[in-house]
Every structure is written in C-alpha cells, then in structure tokens.
Design a protein around this ligand. Sequence first.
Ligand SMILES: NC(=O)c1ccc[n+]([C@@H]2O[C@H](COP(=O)([O-])OP(=O)(O)OC[C@H]3O[C@@H](n4cnc5c(N)ncnc54)[C@H](OP(=O)(O)O)[C@@H]3O)[C@@H](O)[C@H]2O)c1
Length: 328
Amino acid sequence: MKQIVFNKPGDSDVLTVKEVPMPEPKAGEVRVKVKAAPVNPSDVVFIQGVYGIPPQFPDSPVGFEGSGEIDVIGTGIGPDLKIAQGQRVAFATLGTWSEYVIVPVTSLLPIPDNLSFEEGSQFFVNPFTAVTMLDEVNLQKGDWLLLTAAFSSLNKMVIQLAKKAGIRVIGTVRRAEQVQTLIDLGAEAVVNTEEDSLADRVKSLTEGKGVQACFESVGGDIGTQAIASLGKDATMLIYGLMSGEEAKISYGPTIFRTPTIKGFWLSRWMEESSVVDKAKAAKQVYSMTKQRDIILEVEKTFPLAQAAEAVTYSTQSGRSGKVVIQCN
Ligand SMILES: NC(=O)c1ccc[n+]([C@@H]2O[C@H](COP(=O)([O-])OP(=O)(O)OC[C@H]3O[C@@H](n4cnc5c(N)ncnc54)[C@H](OP(=O)(O)O)[C@@H]3O)[C@@H](O)[C@H]2O)c1
C-alpha cells in the first residue's frame, strides 16, 4: 500500500510516496481504508519539524486525522463497542496520509450519514478544539469573544457556535472580501487589521471595557493588540502562531485588569482529559456536524500521489475551506 513519508524537515518537496507493507491491527486496534485526510496547519509545521511532536526518521508518516471505512477489526474489541467492517468512521492518529492506517479503537468516531468523507475527515482537530476552547472560557450570553484570524476553518466553527449561545464575536481578518461572510455567519463585528486598529475598535465596541475572552493564533502586532484588548479577568487562549512572530504583553492593562493568558493544545487535552469529558465533546461534535450547526468546508481535493501539491496549495492565503487529500 502507498503512504506519504518524509526523511528530513522542510517544505512540501520533502514528501514522497512510498510503497510499504500492509499494516495489521493488534488487540484493541482496527485497520481503516482511508478515504480522505485534510491538510491542517499542524501538518505543515509537523513537516517543517517545528510542531509539538517531532517527526521520527527514517520515513516519518504524516497526517493527524482522517476518515474512511473499517477494513479489519483486531482482537479484543467486544460487541458493546458496535464496531463493524465497512463502518464509516473518523479518526485521529499519526499517518493518515496513507491508503490504510491502524487506529486504536478509542480514537474512532462514527461519521454522520449525511456527511461526505471529505467533510468527515475534519471531524477531530478543529471541531474538538472549537468545542473545548469555548467550554474552557465558559462565556455567558452577551459576553464578548475576540477571535484573531477569524476566517480560519476553526474560527468559522467558533463563530457559529458562539452565535447560537448568544456570545458576541469580534473577528479579525486581513482581507476586505472576508468581512461579510463572517457577519453572515454570526460575528457581531469584523475588524480588517490592514485598515483599522484592532485595539481601538475593540475599545469602542466594548465601551472601553475590553473583551471577556480571546482565542489568539496570529502573534506579532495582532497578538499584541489582542492582549491589550482583554477586559477585567478575561481569558486568552493562545493556540497558534501563524505570523511566526511573538507578541508583546502590555503591562498596564495586565496589572489592572488581571487577565489570564494561557496556551491551548488539543493533543494535550486529548491525553489528559477524562473519558467522560472526551465522550461529552464527541457527542457534541457528532450532533453539531450532523445538524449542520457548523460547516466543514472543502476548498479543493488532491489525490494521495499529489500530497506535496496539496500542502503547497494549503499554504496559500485567501482560501475559504480545507484542502483534502483523497487517499483511496
Ligand atoms: N492548539 C491546537 O490544539 C490547535 C487545534 C486546531 C487548530 N489550531 C491552529 O488554529 C489555526 C487555524 O487552523 P485552521 O485549520 O482553521 O486554519 P486555516 O483554515 O488554514 O486558516 C488559516 C487562517 O489564518 C489566516 N492567517 C494565516 N497567516 C496569517 C497571518 N500572518 N496573519 C493573519 N492571519 C493569518 C489566514 O488568513 P488569509 O485568508 O488572509 O490567508 C486564514 O484565514 C492554526 O494556527 C492551527 O495550527 C491549533
């Protein structure tokens, strides 16, 4: 079977297609025939060797999530788990850019029937992050939430969930043509940071009080202005660094408004949260994707053999949905 691997950190050109032996599931595992796997920013930084998990050479596999059909069921998986051959599933494991992959049964979720494999392949990383980060900041109806890089796939989900909960979202974009889409999705205000000062706009929108929470993934000047926009006892979750530049902390507002600024990493949450909390998040993700409360957009698909082209395409600015690799 074919698998995408790489042997040194770098850009998309380090990726190669390799013929490898068909993997066999052990106890508690299944083999999945992979149908689709998205290219997420975490895949790009993993290939560059700067993600929280380092690649293991030689022949590091790639891809952290995907969707497909159960092909072979390993031993020790009881009927109570309702796992069946041919079942449509989403999964999180390393090495999803592959024709087949071995997945622990605990890392599988069924895909709602009304979702395509391309949509279902995005089931874990962004929807779980959206649900979990919102849960963590525990905002009330009418509270303000600031989202930097609001046009990202993840933040479009956050906007839709926040709108339903009556949370008022201020989003940032750097392209004028993205503003109306986010307003239509449910953002209260969208700041184009190429034209306006984020800190000034937040100040006027919140009548000088600042926001109750911020999900920050850009860094640099936008991160600096986002920190300066935090209100009294606000929480900022830092979960990405898309500009590659560090932000500065404004000491005055930090002293007088006592915000909490902390990191968020879904892998860590998955490792450390209880079975009950994970099941609760999974149930929420299943129902909100089935009911189309959040959209799982697909911008373009590529065959497995063109994974390198898929990665290059995914790093282009101005996309409106995920780049998805079709593995079978
Ligand atoms: N920590 C975690 O557990 C976790 C989990 C999930 C996702 N994430 C992170 O969440 C972020 C979004 O993921 P995604 O899958 O939703 O991404 P995505 O759909 O690829 O969207 C990326 C967005 O970031 C914007 N962007 C890129 N570079 C920027 C810059 N220098 N300044 C301002 N905006 C910039 C892009 O805007 P343009 O349209 O203008 O190019 C685009 O809207 C990523 O950083 C990802 O690593 C983290």
